[in-house]
Design a protein around this ligand. Structure first.
Ligand SMILES: Nc1ncnc2c1ncn2[C@@H]1O[C@H](COP(=O)(O)OP(=O)(O)OP(=O)(O)O)[C@@H](O)[C@H]1O
Length: 269
């Protein structure tokens, strides 16, 4: 059996006595799409911050590609192949699409992140292979028509796609998607869903998805981990999780009416 790209074991994380994560364990199998759901404050973002090295848990272990990443700096974890997209778009608004994607190649260029910006001109001319990879991603995400436009000018849904492209440009071994369809209209959401499936099935990159759009999670995910108060309630197939009584209770027990409505709707399908 091949080893898991990611193994999280008994992770606990507290902030000044407030427990954000209270014993989280899961692993990522093959190139699965693994979703993390839970009401507001359940600990989803804290898990992403632990995985990407922003927070160091007080207890537990996180192994990525067979090695512990506890205490490893975020940019080093990224270099090892863990890429992340953010809830709020974090792109260079004044640079065009091609340059933003080239910046995703920075560690392949051998420069640090700030110097990558300074060296962009040189990198663009000198690094044919990097350029070719960026062009492949532009094709894959169907953003050819925007390639030379500053990303700040582009519609929100396209910017989210470019942020995804920048993460892909890093050639990740694991991709973390933080609310990839938040704020999108129906058409943009459908496009994004299609690209996420293509990343799994064609590029075979495993992903962890944090998303409040329960319909999307249940349609796309291979496995789902439902969290509440920093603790996993259950891990299983979308069908198992949405019918789990404690999951329904976790949502019904909050004031998060939107999520409640959605999970009820999905459960009754
Ligand atoms: N930097 C921090 N300092 C103090 N408390 C924090 C910090 N980060 C997270 N927490 C706390 O940890 C708990 C989990 O928060 P987290 O943001 O991980 O939840 P979440 O599931 O991502 O919520 P949401 O769906 O609202 O984004 C919350 O009680 C939160 O207040």
């Amino acid at each position: 059996m091949t080893e898991s790209i990611l193994e999280v074991t008994d992770v606990e994380l507290s902030f000044a006595g407030v427990k954000a994560l209270g014993g989280v364990s899961f692993d990522i199998r093959g190139h699965e799409l693994f979703a993390i759901i839970g009401p507001n404050g359940a600990g989803k973002t804290s898990i992403f911050n632990v995985l990407s090295g922003v927070y160091r848990p007080q207890v537990g272990e996180v192994r990525f590609a067979g090695e512990s990443i506890l205490g490893v700096a975020p940019h080093r974890i990224a270099e090892r192949g863990l890429a992340r997209t953010f809830q709020n778009i974090e792109l260079f608004e004044n640079l065009d699409v091609v340059d933003n994607l080239m910046l995703g190649r920075h560690h392949h260029l051998g420069y640090g992140w700030p110097s990558a910006v300074a060296w962009l001109g040189k990198a663009r001319r000198a690094e044919v292979a990097n350029r070719r990879r960026v062009e492949e991603i532009i094709d894959f995400l169907e953003i050819e028509s925007y390639r030379h436009l500053p990303v700040g000018m582009l519609p929100y849904g396209v910017q989210k796609r470019i942020e995804l492209g920048r993460a892909l440009a890093m050639e990740p071994r694991l991709l973390l998607l933080d609310e990839p369809v938040a704020g999108m209209n129906g058409e943009e959401t459908e496009d994004m869903a299609r690209f996420i499936l293509d990343i799994r099935d064609e590029l075979q990159i495993p992903m962890i998805l944090v998303e409040h759009d329960m319909g999307l999670v249940m349609d796309l995910a291979d496995r789902v981990m439902a969290m509440d108060f920093g603790v996993p309630i259950t891990i299983g197939s979308p069908h198992e999780v949405q019918n789990h009584p404690d999951v329904v209770r976790a949502y019904l027990g909050t004031v998060d009416d939107a999520a409640t409505d959605v999970i009820e709707e999905v459960s009754s399908r």
